[in-house]
Write a protein that binds this ligand. Structure first.
Ligand code: GLN
Length: 256
């Protein structure tokens, strides 16, 4: 293997540290499957991937983290995590501002912003990204399909998933993760879904987002490898995603 500029790559020389934040509380719809996907797509390329689970009582250190996953949860679990997260806000903010890769899903996505207003009061967010969320009814529940044609590594095909949230999120001037082709997205009004900020992806797409969308998984791996080693995911062997693509196409064909 070699990079575009001819440098020889030895895949065994590469390793990524994945930190799964609060899997004991934020694992609604099996968000954990995303960790498996990151691990396997590293392994298939000969890249070592270590996963550290950080539970509520553990000390958080992101000094050697390359990818952080913050999953989704109910309002109750979100409140517990939110209180804990305030104590590690500086660590997380420094990681994000330093270009650390972070995937935040649903409840975790809402916590990236300034606040989440619910009928029971305001949940303070981390203010890592300029966005806010307000609860409303009905819940926005749907299969969802997005497209994003403006990313530098332009996602070549649709992103498919499932959403279930009471919160409506407003991302101001930030770029969305994608444009909604089916479903509700951030707030059911402006056809935006999720947010992109530095190397952060925030999204309402629950559960097996990455197994269903290997191109999104590779985007995260690319960001992390590029930050750590200055290499591109395309410098590594191309994986056979024919079955995943077929499954993705089947969803798009069925709903659009
Ligand atoms: N509690 C949040 C909402 O309902 C997020 C729920 C979730 O993570 N599915 O908007």
């Amino acid at each position: 293997m070699s990079t575009d500029d001819g440098k020889e790559l030895h895949s065994g020389d590469y390793s990524l540290n994945i930190v799964h934040l609060y899997p004991d509380l934020l694992n609604l719809y099996g968000d954990r499957g995303n960790i498996q996907c990151l691990r396997m797509r590293c392994k298939w390329r000969g890249i070592d991937a270590q996963v550290t689970e950080c539970n509520l009582d553990d000390n958080l250190s992101l000094a050697s983290a390359d990818i952080v996953l913050l999953g989704g949860g109910s309002d109750r679990e979100q409140q517990i995590v939110c209180t804990r997260l305030q104590k590690v806000r500086t660590e997380l903010r420094d990681y994000v501002e330093d270009g650390g890769t972070l995937l935040a899903i649903c409840g975790g996505y809402q916590l990236l912003g300034h606040y989440y207003d619910t009928a029971d009061g305001r949940m303070a967010g981390l203010s890592l990204v300029d966005l806010y969320t307000q609860q409303d009814s009905p819940r926005l529940i749907s299969n969802i399909i997005l497209i994003n044609e403006s990313l530098p590594d332009s996602l070549p095909y649709e992103i498919v998933g499932f959403e279930n949230h009471g919160g409506r999120t407003y991302i101001g001037g930030n770029a969305p993760f994608g444009k909604v082709l089916l479903g509700h997205g951030n707030n059911g009004k402006d056809a935006s879904e999720g947010v992109l900020y530095r190397n952060v992806i925030g999204t309402y797409l629950h559960g097996p987002l990455l197994p269903k969308n290997p191109h999104v998984c590779d985007l995260l791996l690319h960001k992390a490898l590029n930050r750590k080693y200055g290499v591109s995911i395309s410098d590594f062997p191309v994986l056979d995603d024919s079955q995943e693509r077929e499954a993705n196409r089947a969803v798009v064909k069925r709903y659009l």
